[in-house]
Ligand binder design. Sequence first.
Ligand code: PGA
Length: 251
Amino acid sequence: MKSFIAANWKMNKTVTETREFLSAFIPAVRDAVDVDIVVAPPFTALASAGELIRDTNVQLAAQDMFWEEKGAFTGEISSAMLLEAGCRHVIIGHSERRQYFLEDDAVINKKLKAAGKAGLGLIFCVGETLGEREANRTFDVIRREIEFGLEGIGAGNLVVAYEPVWAIGTGKTATPEQAQEVHAFIRETLRKLYGNSADSIRILYGGSVTPESIDRLMACRDVNGGLVGGASLNPESFSKIVCFKKAIKET
Ligand code: PGA
C-alpha cells in the first residue's frame, strides 16, 4: 500500500516562511516514490502554498474546517474555501482541537461528513491521553472515537491517524511495539465497520516522529504513514522522514 506522510504545522509559519520551506522541500522530495506527501500549513498560507505545489508531488491539506457550507459563522472556514486554495485533504479531530477547542465526537463527525461530501480526503485523528493509557483505557477510548467519529462515513478517502496524546510534542515517541499494538486494534475496529475495505485504509502514526524514529515505525505491519508536527517544520528533517528507509514489514 502507498505510504502517506503528512506535515502538521499547527500554528507555525507565515506566508513568507511557508514559501521558504517549500522552495527547499519540493526539490528535496522530487524523487520520492510510493508515498503521498502532504503538508498542512495554517489557513493564511494555504493559497500561496497551493500555487507553489501545483504540478509537484506534494499535496496540500488544511488543519481543520467547519461543517456548514457558508453563512454567519465568524472565524470559520468552509470546505469550498479549502478546495479553492488547492487542498486535497483536511485533518479532523486532532487532539489539540479536542483539548483546547472542546471538539467532541459529535462535532468531529459533522466535520468529517461535510469534508467527505465536499470530496476532501479525511485525515481523522484518534488517540488516548497518558491518564487513559495508565488506566488501561486505551482501546476503549480509541474504539469510542472511531465508532462515533466515523458514524455514517465511508471508507473511501479515509486516512486514520493514531496520535497518543502523551507522545505529541513531548519527545516521547511511542515504541514500534506500542504503535503496532494500537494500529492493529484500529484495523480490527475498522474491519467491523467496513469489512475488507479496512485493509486499504492507511493508518498513520503521529507523536514526536523524527528522522531517527521513522524507519522502525514504518517497518510495523499496520503503520502505513506518519503525521508529523515538530520535525516537519524544517525542510531537511521532513524530507528525511518522507524518504524513510523502506524495509520489509515486520509481522
Ligand atoms: P509532534 O506532533 O510530531 O510535534 O509530536 C504531531 C501531531 O500533533 O500531529
